[in-house]
Design a binder for this molecule. Structure first.
Ligand SMILES: [Zn+2]
Length: 182
């Protein structure tokens, strides 16, 4: 799974794409990025309980979770923030599907089926970090130079995703302004 910094950056970008023109940019980025990290709280819970694999992807990595989360945000904060919640949360599932590994935790049909999707493109490098239960030979610490290098590479790809989203929105708005000129 890509780690929180990459999810945060892409989530902030996804939020920028659907942001209302009256909404504060920095706030939307901050909230969108935080929303995009949420689906991995199951992993945090698993790490705390010492059972990482058991918890990850149980129900947080599903389209149903996107809908439930967006509805909750709608109730609390209104439609605009619900759109940002849906976009940011969905970005998490997309990023997971773009990691350089075959299996992901994304369960498209849950709760009807627990089948997981395979990665569709190897864009985000995997960070070889053991988290107490990973593959043999992987490092324990995120500060291990070999791990840190891959973490930075993952963050760089996330940053690229964020910048692309910002440029996409700017281009779209410029095109709309161009159309409305006489
Ligand atoms: Zn995930």
């Amino acid at each position: 799974m890509p780690l929180p910094p990459a999810h945060f950056l892409v989530g902030a970008g996804a939020a920028e794409l659907v942001r209302g023109s009256g909404q504060k940019r920095w706030l939307v980025w901050l909230v969108g990025g935080s929303f995009a990290v949420l689906p991995d709280v199951d992993t945090a819970l698993g790490i705390l309980l010492g059972r990482t694999a058991e918890f990850h992807g149980v129900f947080t990595h599903t389209p149903l979770a996107v809908v439930v989360f967006a509805l909750l945000v709608w109730l609390v904060a209104g439609l605009r923030w619900a759109g940002i919640a849906a976009a940011a949360y969905t970005s998490h599932l997309v990023v997971d599907l773009l990691e350089n590994r075959t299996e992901t935790s994304v369960q498209p049909l849950w709760p009807l089926s627990e089948a997981t999707l395979r990665s569709v493109a190897h864009i985000f490098p995997s960070v070889p970090w053991r988290r107490g239960e990973g593959p043999e030979g992987a490092a324990e610490s995120l500060l291990d130079p070999a791990v840190l290098m891959w973490l930075l590479a993952q963050i760089a790809v996330g940053l690229l995703g964020f910048v692309l989203c910002v440029l996409l929105r700017q281009g779209w708005h410029a095109a709309r302004r161009g159309q409305s000129l006489p």
